[in-house]
Design a protein around this ligand. Structure first.
Ligand code: NOJ
Length: 544
């Protein structure tokens, strides 16, 4: 038989390199049993929708046994399904059905911390200071004569000190909520546990893992204080920092934050081990890092040949609405991975950030910009991640305080992330918009004015956001994916991002005023185009 790989240069390319992955926030996607919370059978019932949308894979947020203090990012048992979301049999059914439909499935691994209800942490609380049970976590004595001060000045990402004291006087570290104790990855028992967890899900057939807080697993061994300047709090983003000895540091260093808790060199040993585990399995199993690193170079370290497959490129999501900012991200991202065999990723929304139409100003302008940014992103080489509901043009919801449940809101009183997690409207004129059966209301209330935004209302409408996403994903397969990996930025004037990728030219007009359209056949546009390219609009042109 003829060896197809000799004739087809793409035959050996792993599926994830060009994939569009759709993020399913399990609580809020589809509810099968009417308890107001989404679940695995709900996802399974909606898989044909994802197939028809045209995505390649879905990433499902944690559905494992959990007390749900951080909506599943606090895992009490990594190898079982929380009854809220179904059962292991439901997970198996989902995997089989997704694969039948040609969809890959990525699950969410939470290795930085367990739930405080994990059997290891319960045992640690029952055991004495210095015991092997405590050594799986980061328990330390406090400072001050009576040990009543936390062991260092680190702040939780969710606000407040990153340490909580237990009755015998010791403290434990939690970079997130107090119900999410950090594991000590310098303890070999921890690495062994997670190898077993990987194998458990790989054996069941998952195609990959999204790795939560991938840059945080290993802390600087001394657990020293974080160096903070006088004008920043330990949790704020700095303009400048100073060397530990108070002396001057280079320009580069001054723009980097001192982070003894993040991005330590030893974390890469973890991913080298995981790489070997995944390589034992067939079918190009993959990992994608959630790593909030400070530079494209530090992001690139996670995707070296023998480590993870991908890392979320949050600089794309963080870029303000300017052509220069987008151009800088594209250049920086591609340059950082130039010398390694990695593929870039692009993302605009997820369950932790304000939805991108709202970030870009909201209303008609915000939506026009969101469509334009999405179309631009889908033209770039590498893989794109979409967040459920963006294909419906959903905006951030102003959730009333009494309904908010994000632990960062509960710890700080700041608004938190509930507004991007409101359950999806599928059909109907009023909440729950077919999110679940009957009239049972979802765990977060849906706005009264979502009837025109439901999947059913948009599905057949030629100008809807859903129709646009379907067309954009089809155009990507046809024109962008085959166009090679080289990107050449073009100078078409201030406020205009333009690049050529093979025979495809992409123009994004970030200004409000129209700009001249280069020659070429229009393949797809994010909004109406006639003669000129209107403001806040992107277009793909066939130019070769
Ligand atoms: C990142 C997740 O995306 C977020 O939702 C979670 O709260 C933190 N990691 C802690 O696990």
């Amino acid at each position: 038989m003829e060896d197809m790989t000799l004739n087809d240069p793409n035959a050996a390319r792993e599926w994830w390199r060009d994939a569009v992955t759709y993020q399913v926030y399990v609580r809020s996607f589809a509810d099968s049993d009417g308890d107001g919370v989404g679940d695995l059978p709900g996802i399974t019932s909606r898989l044909p929708y994802l197939r028809d949308l045209g995505v390649d894979a879905l990433w499902i947020t944690p559905f494992f046994t959990s007390p749900q203090h951080d909506h599943g990012y606090d895992v009490a048992d990594y190898c079982d399904v929380d009854p809220l979301f179904g059962s292991l049999a439901d997970a198996d059914t989902l995997l089989v059905r997704a694969h039948e439909l040609g969809l890959r499935v990525i699950v969410d691994l939470v290795p930085n911390h367990t739930s405080s209800e994990h059997e290891w942490f319960r045992a640690a609380l029952d055991a004495a200071p210095g015991s092997p049970e405590r050594a799986r976590y980061l328990f330390r004595d406090g400072r001050g004569t009576d040990g009543s001060e936390p062991p260092n000045n680190w702040q939780s990402v969710f606000g407040g000190p990153a340490w909580t004291r237990v009755p015998d006087g010791q403290w434990y570290l939690h970079l997130f909520d107090a119900t999410q104790p950090d594991l000590d990855w310098r303890n070999t028992e921890v690495g062994d546990l997670f190898e077993d967890v990987l194998r458990f899900w790989l054996d069941r057939g998952v195609d990959g893992f999204r790795v939560d807080v991938a840059h945080g697993l290993v802390k600087e061994e001394s657990l020293r204080d974080q160096v903070v300047t006088s004008d920043e709090t330990p949790s704020s983003v700095p303009e400048e920092s100073v060397a530990a000895d108070g002396g001057s540091v280079s320009m580069v260093e001054r723009h980097r934050r001192d982070e003894p808790m993040w991005d330590q060199p030893e974390v890469h040993d973890v991913y080298r081990r995981w790489h070997k585990v995944l390589a034992e399995y067939d079918g190009d199993r993959m990992t994608v890092a959630e790593a909030w690193t400070q530079t494209p170079e530090s992001m690139a370290r996670f995707v070296r040949d023998d480590e993870m497959s991908q890392a979320f490129n949050f600089s794309w999501l963080l870029a303000p609405w300017t052509a220069d900012a987008f151009a800088e991200v594209i250049t920086g991202t591609l340059a950082a991975i130039e010398d390694i065999d990695a593929s870039p990723t692009w993302v605009l929304s997820n369950h932790d950030v304000v939805r991108h139409p709202t970030r870009y100003g909201g209303g008609a302008t915000g939506l026009a910009r969101a469509r334009a940014a999405t179309l631009t992103m889908l033209a770039l080489p590498g893989s794109s991640y979409l967040y459920q509901g963006e294909e419906l043009g959903l905006e951030q919801v102003d959730v009333a305080p009494q309904h908010r449940s994000d632990p960062s809101w509960l710890r700080t009183g700041e608004e938190g992330r509930d507004g991007c997690r409101v359950p999806i409207p599928w059909a109907g004129d009023a909440a729950p918009y077919d999110f679940g059966p009957g009239a049972a209301q979802p765990w977060l209330p849906q706005p009264d004015d979502w009837a025109p935004l439901t999947v059913a209302a948009q599905a057949e409408h030629p100008d809807s956001v859903l129709t646009f996403y379907r067309a954009a994903l089809a155009a990507r397969r046809k024109f962008a994916t085959p166009a090679g990996d080289d990107v050449e930025l073009l100078d078409l004037g201030a406020d205009v991002l333009a690049f050529r990728r093979g025979g495809l030219t992409v123009v994004l007009n970030c200004a409000a005023a129209p700009t001249a359209l280069p020659d070429g056949e229009i393949l797809i546009a994010s909004g109406p185009v006639a003669g000129e390219l209107p403001g806040n609009t992107a277009v793909w042109l066939r130019t070769g």
